[in-house]
Design a protein. Sequence first.
Length: 445
Amino acid sequence: MRIKYALYTLLMLLAGLTGPAQTIVLDNPTLIDGTGKAPRALHNLVIQGDKIVAIDGEYTGRRATKIDMRGKYIIPLINDVHAHLGILKDTVMSSANYTPENVHRHLLKFEAYGVGAVLCMGTDHPEIFDLRRASRKDSLTGATIYTAGRGFGENSGLPPPSFGMDQVFRPETPDEARKDVREMAVYHPDLLKMWVDDGRGKVPKMPPEIYSAIIDEAHKNGIRVAAHLWYLEDARKLVDAGLDVIAHSVRDQEIDDDLLAKMKSKGVIYIPTLSLDEFAFMYGDDPDWINDPFFKASLEPGVYEMITSPAYKNKVTRDPGSAVEKAALQTALKNLKKVYDAGIMVALGTDAGAQPVRAMGFSEHMELELMVKAGLTPLQVITIGTLNGAVLLRAEKETGTIAVGKKASFIVLDKDPAADIRNSRTIHAVWKNGKVVSSGPLTDH
């Protein structure tokens, strides 16, 4: 690995300065603020401490340091509101991998790709809450932790314990489900996660009386609930039961107007996770990014060799599930556009870290591209990946957009992502809370 830009070292030194009088002035960047507004050429963006204090305004401070950002583009950090931490190491998914050190390693990888926060969806171990506390206090570096704690699944159903997801509650009665929710509520998770569907007919579904009890008890404790699903009919029943977040696309058929209206009226948030469907079949061919260093740097050791091996490619090609996933992705793309056009909030999630082939860091940029393929504009998907995720995390007062008074947390890009969303991958530097924390995944940190 190499340092991509000579300026990076200087930026790190400047961002490491301390003291209340310190002022950093970024001169002449182009701002994409995350609200959906068109890119705007700035005269300056002024940072003091961990906050943005002026945009094209006056600034004070005897120790003001100017950094030339001419030709650079600034967007907010990405929020991935559906990912998994700690259980992946090398090519192996295992509960034994879940250590504070492995969680921290994943947080740093996400951050290097411009991901500012990660919501881990239901596969965490109990120690996640101490790690979350440290993360929120900035004593644990990397992407900020949000967590659903221990999720809820069906006996002999999803999620598979063989994937290291063995900390999940599997209640057999509504009363047991309510008891489990109360046990989790003590830790104040950011929401709760349920696996409802049957893995395309392979395992039992979670019964409605169980998921209804989970939703009801969670709401009594002031906690929102997200559901892993596949089928339109399950989505309909879950929304009627009070579900807050649909954590995957509906993929068996197109969403009808009646459900869209209910989702909008009830404020349901939709996380399409398009990239996980593409990852399920893309390695059977040679996608145009397979040898891209930006992609390869996101993989765990051994995964690149695995996915490019003739044996793996043949396995994917022969798997009947690959054809199902291809069709599912096309349905998911159509449903995303329908959901977005209906005025329902969409947030970015990837399911990165749930399998070795779902690359942490790269997945988020791939998700942005897939949302554009669904018919959304680059500026719309940037808002989905930044502001909307912050709203779901209830962090929008501090992050999600670039504005005076908010945290100085953003990605500096070499090319304009509003012109081509793939330019989100041209990472020059990652800033978090007023400091440069990375110059991207292709450099030493």
